[in-house]
Design a protein around this ligand. Structure first.
Ligand code: ADP
Ligand code: MG
Length: 709
């Protein structure tokens, strides 16, 4: 039986044999992990153990009056602060190698804030107090290298298998000098450590695709972040949203990781008794203050001495959180609990003076400890990159730019190849739109009707393309969250991501452009023969490229999905309005003309018009056609000939039924778009695409520093 069946949605398919299997599998899993823990236990502990200490951590947010919270009012910020909200209030504690430190508390008590503070995700200037590893304050780059932070959400590519996901993570995080075999061995070891053997070749899955269960997905998330075997592991509520068995398995895995020589610090909401038995130290928070800090086993004694003994058969942590919530209703009561904790902790430190010695900083202890651990196979990424054997000389990115680009491109391709639906829908929309336009504007000739048809077709062509590009936004959003997660630990450069993203999109844009051009060019009867066809193809491709880049930029700029779609659609409409078709450029008021020049649609639209009407020898209105689309259109041909004759005598020129009255150049003049040639239009459109890709790069670059201020 596959572990996938743990998924609660498929519970109804269980049989009694399945359930028995399920239990056997869990027992085997727990047995394996215990064995692994014991094995690794013996290997470590010979060198200096790691101790992460945090002393008097305080972090507050200025409360600003809402009126003054606007970005452009920030210079006057100090004048309008109306106090500070303390999210962390003098929190101290220690976490040791081989142990799990769990941060508990009701929702909003500051658990995530504390984890962020310890993981270096709060700007140094805003955080008071000190976080040290073996007595030394960690530089941000070193911290990123030796630690891992697992977010609450599982942000993974849905169509990659568990093994592939971990392998890509290994390719990002482990340098090129590590051979493929070593990377594969590391991935296999991790799969064993995470208990994912049975689902190694199952895809992660999402709402639309069946994949691994929630607990397994969470373990994969952890695996992705710990591929380099970090010394410090931070997790924000790794068990939330999981059923109790899956949650237990996750914590069991974390115990294994801690015993392999790491410090594990996590926040957890209402752990079961089974989970508590795996935790080594607890910190209870309430409104950013420490309520209890110590071993889970001392919790009973603590509350007994405080005068609220925990009843037998009650889950001590649940009791504690309920009691804290009750006390939170009055600030006096919570203060009494905080004060009691201080005196209780002091009394215990006095009774156990050995503990004080642990805090003594030891010169070079950290460097030595890390080196010792690297020599035992931990921190795979440093082990092979650091020539000078100094952890501070570790580069920010372990791989060169081009390797990162190739790996990211490979991963994007693998995922999108297995999810062809998105592309097929896009292709279908393009095909249908192309066919509709081709039938509506069928076989346009050189006539007044042909002029209108060509203008209408060109304009709708651009509108259709820019709206098809809107589909870029959901794709970018899915990728962006994964990018943020990976960028947080310097998995790769922003530039390699943007380049890979662009390269991967090119083949699909070529297919879409080709489909559109094939369905329309000959059916509509566009001008220029084969060279015209090629030009039209390049122009359509350039429009797709510029439109997709623009949408990517919008998705990077706006953090909310729906808002991004609305803004993308609104801009598309404005671009079309200002393209020069509906209002020609010489009729646009001067104060709006800038929008005409920044309209993405203007240049390709003008390019098509130049292609269609650029030939001055081609006549569009000849003799009698002059009366088409006028109130005189209905009169007989003989009357029209008479009218032409009288016009000739008034104008002093000869206008016969075959005289050319409007040629291609005249049409362009009437539209006011003669200033730029068709090839220039093409290059400008392509340049727009690059310009928005650069802007997209900057939005990601500034967005990737997701530290709290
Ligand atoms: N940017 C912010 N602005 C105002 N309050 C915030 C902000 N971030 C967090 N908080 C507040 O800080 C407190 C602690 O938040 P958090 O650490 O996320 O709690 P927990 O993880 O325990 O649920 C909460 O009361 C929350 O409302
Ligand atoms: Mg939280």
């Amino acid at each position: 039986m596959e572990l996938q069946k743990h998924n609660p949605s498929s519970k109804s398919t269980y049989t009694s044999i399945d359930v028995e299997d399920h239990h056997q599998q869990i027992n085997k899993f727990v047995g394996d992990i215990t064995q692994l823990v014991d094995d690794q236990n013996q290997l470590i502990m010979a060198s200096t153990p790691f101790v992460l200490s945090f002393i008097d951590l305080s972090y507050g947010l200025s409360k600003i009056s809402p009126k003054m919270a606007l970005p452009f009012c920030q210079n006057n910020r100090d004048d309008h602060e109306i106090g500070t909200k303390l999210l962390l209030d003098n929190i101290s504690g220690q976490a040791r190698e081989g142990e799990i430190l769990a941060v508990l508390g009701a929702s909003g008590s500051g658990k995530s804030t504390l984890i962020d503070a310890l993981a270096g995700r709060i700007e140094k200037e805003s955080l008071k107090g000190a976080v040290t590893l073996n007595g030394e304050v960690l530089e941000s780059r070193v911290l990123k290298t030796i630690s891992a932070y697992v977010m609450q959400d599982d942000l993974l590519f849905p169509m990659l298998t568990v093994e592939e996901t971990l392998m890509f993570s290994a390719e990002f995080r482990l340098p090129r000098s590590v051979s493929k075999q070593i990377k594969q061995a590391r991935v296999q070891a991790l799969i064993d450590q995470l208990g994912l053997q049975s689902v190694a070749n199952t895809v992660i899955g999402d709402e639309g695709h069946r994949g691994v269960s929630g607990g397994e997905r969470r373990r994969v998330s952890i695996g992705v972040d710990i591929i380099h075997d970090p010394i410090l592991l931070f997790l924000d509520e790794p068990t939330s949203g999981l059923d109790s068995t899956s949650a237990f398995m996750v914590v069991k895995v974390l115990q294994g990781i801690s015993k392999s020589g790491s410090i594990v610090i996590m926040s957890i909401h209402q752990p079961s008794n089974r989970i508590v038995s795996l935790l080594d130290n607890l910190i209870f928070l309430s409104r950013g203050q420490t309520i209890y800090s110590g071993k889970p086993t001392s919790l009973l004694q603590f509350f007994k001495e405080f005068g609220h003994p925990i009843p037998e058969n009650e889950n001590p942590t649940e009791f504690a959180i309920d009691l804290i919530c009750e006390f939170e209703e009055s600030s006096d009561r919570i203060t009494s609990l905080v004060e009691f904790n201080k005196s209780w902790a002091q009394a215990r430190t006095m009774n156990n003076p050995n503990k004080l010695c642990d805090k003594k900083p030891n010169i070079n202890a950290l460097e030595d400890a890390i080196k010792a651990r690297i020599s035992k196979g931990k921190l795979v990424s440093i082990a092979t990159t650091s020539d000078s054997n100094s952890i501070s000389s570790v580069p920010s990115f372990v791989n060169p730019f081009w390797i990162e680009t190739i790996v990211i491109a490979k991963r994007l391709l693998t995922n999108s190849r297995r999810m062809p639906k998105l592309f097929v829908i896009r292709l279908f929309v393009t095909l249908v739109a192309g066919l509709m336009l081709a039938t509506l504007y069928r076989h346009l000739d050189a006539s007044p009707k042909g002029i209108d048809g060509r203008l209408g077709f060109s304009s709708f062509c651009m509108s259709v393309i820019i709206f098809i590009c809107l589909e870029e936004i959901p794709k970018c959003f899915l990728e962006r969250y994964i990018f943020m997660r990976e960028a947080a630990f310097n998995a790769y450069r922003t530039s390699s991501y943007v380049l890979a993203h662009s390269i991967v999109s090119v083949p699909s844009l070529i297919v879409l452009s080709f489909t559109f051009v094939i369905t329309t060019f000959w059916n509509v009867g566009l001008a220029g023969g084969f060279s015209g066809f090629l030009f039209f193809f390049f122009l359509i491709f350039a429009s797709f490229w510029a439109g997709s880049s623009f949408m990517a930029f919008i998705s990077g700029l706006v953090s909310r999905y729906l808002l991004a779609v609305c803004i993308g659609a609104a801009f598309s409409t404005l671009f079309i309005l200002f393209s020069g078709n509906f209002i020609s450029s010489n009729e646009i008021p001067p104060y709006w003309i800038w929008f005409h020049y920044i309209s993405l649609v203007k240049y390709p639209f003008q390019g098509i018009l130049q292609n269609e009407f650029g030939d001055s020898t081609k006549c569009f209105v000849r003799g009698l056609q002059f009366f088409d689309h006028t109130p005189l259109a209905g009169v007989s041909d003989s009357t029209k000939i008479k009218l032409l004759k009288s016009m000739s005598s008034v104008l002093g020129t000869s206008v016969t039924s075959s005289t050319c009255l409007v040629n291609g150049t005249r049409v362009l003049e009437m539209k006011g778009d003669t200033n730029i040639g068709k090839w220039t239009c093409l290059w400008i459109t392509i340049a727009w695409g690059f310009f928005f890709m650069v802007l997209f790069y900057f939005t990601l670059l500034f967005g990737r520093n997701n530290k709290r201020r």
